[in-house]
Design a protein around this ligand. Structure first.
Ligand SMILES: NC(=O)c1ccc[n+]([C@@H]2O[C@H](COP(=O)([O-])OP(=O)(O)OC[C@H]3O[C@@H](n4cnc5c(N)ncnc54)[C@H](O)[C@@H]3O)[C@@H](O)[C@H]2O)c1
Length: 253
């Protein structure tokens, strides 16, 4: 028996590293999965990697309220329920010093992370029964100020924690749970891009520095983040809501 037998899971940022690793875990545990992302071709590539008949894909901008609601409706139309929403879409935003950070870059970053998480929490519960689970991907940047070179991302990741806490309170009486995960540095293209830009700004090898300072002495694999997502999606975490879950190799300890 799987941890998510016959559960219907919608994953935003589903063509990306953490989204795909989580979808793979969900499928292994018996779920049906809808992947959402910006580009059809990338969604098809992701679907091919999953090699399962229990996957559908849908182009959906996570900042679009109507499209987000329509995606949840489509999942229910396809499979009869909506049990898990993994609100995970995101981008690194602008990397730059405070005086170099434009208002436009700040707002754009808040939109994808903060508004994206808000829309998931606003729309998903109306399709969920008791036992539903919403999981938001925040970051270590959601609980600390960082290195001072990504103020939009830090603000947006903190905003997601606020969205999670308020939404968890709002839907708890209906038996729906809302949690946030906070990954540290993952060994993937998203993080490599950030680290390369930070290295260029500081002149310090940021990847090496992280590997020295992270207590577990390495970056995470996306699948290790997905393990926590699976736990929060499943009834193993039935009494866990409104909480911030670090998956950071001890970075914030
Ligand atoms: N990579 C890391 O080290 C790290 C650390 C902490 C938190 N995170 C967070 O994890 C989440 C997943 O990131 P990842 O590492 O898998 O990176 P990724 O780039 O592989 O995946 C992110 C996905 O989100 C999609 N996306 C971006 N904007 C979107 C939008 N408006 N609508 C729909 N989809 C959109 C992208 O197309 C991409 O497929 C992000 O929220 C990121 O902020 C990542």
């Amino acid at each position: 028996m799987g941890m998510l037998d016959n559960k219907v899971c919608v994953v935003s940022g589903g063509a990306g590293s953490v989204g795909l690793a989580s979808a793979s875990r969900f499928l292994q545990e018996g779920a049906k999965v809808m992947l959402l992302d910006l580009k059809a071709a990338e969604l098809e590539e992701a679907k091919a990697k999953l090699r399962s008949d229990h996957v559908v894909t849908r182009v959906c901008d996570a900042t679009d309220s109507g499209a987000t609601r329509a995606a949840y409706e489509a999942a229910v139309a396809q499979w009869g329920s909506l049990d898990v929403v993994f609100s995970n879409a995101g981008n690194p935003g602008h990397i730059g010093t405070l005086d170099d950070y434009s208002e436009e870059a700040f707002e754009r970053t808040l939109l994808i992370h903060g508004v994206g998480a808000f829309l998931a929490c606003k729309h998903a519960p109306s399709f969920m029964k008791e036992g539903g689970s919403i999981i938001i991907t925040s970051s270590v940047a959601g609980v600390r100020g960082g290195a001072g070179i990504n103020i939009g991302y830090v603000a947006a990741k903190h905003a997601q924690i606020g969205v999670m806490k308020a939404a968890a309170r709002a839907v708890a009486a209906r038996g729906i749970r809302v949690n946030a995960i906070c990954p540290g540095a993952i060994d993937n293209a998203f993080q490599t891009g950030i680290e390369n830009r930070m290295t260029a700004l500081s002149g310090i090898d940021v990847t090496e520095q992280l590997n020295q300072t992270i207590p577990l002495k390495r970056h995470a694999h996306a699948d290790e983040v997905a393990g926590l997502v699976l736990f929060l999606a499943s009834s193993m975490s039935s009494y866990v809501t409104g909480a911030v879950h670090m998956v950071d190799g001890g970075m914030m300890s």
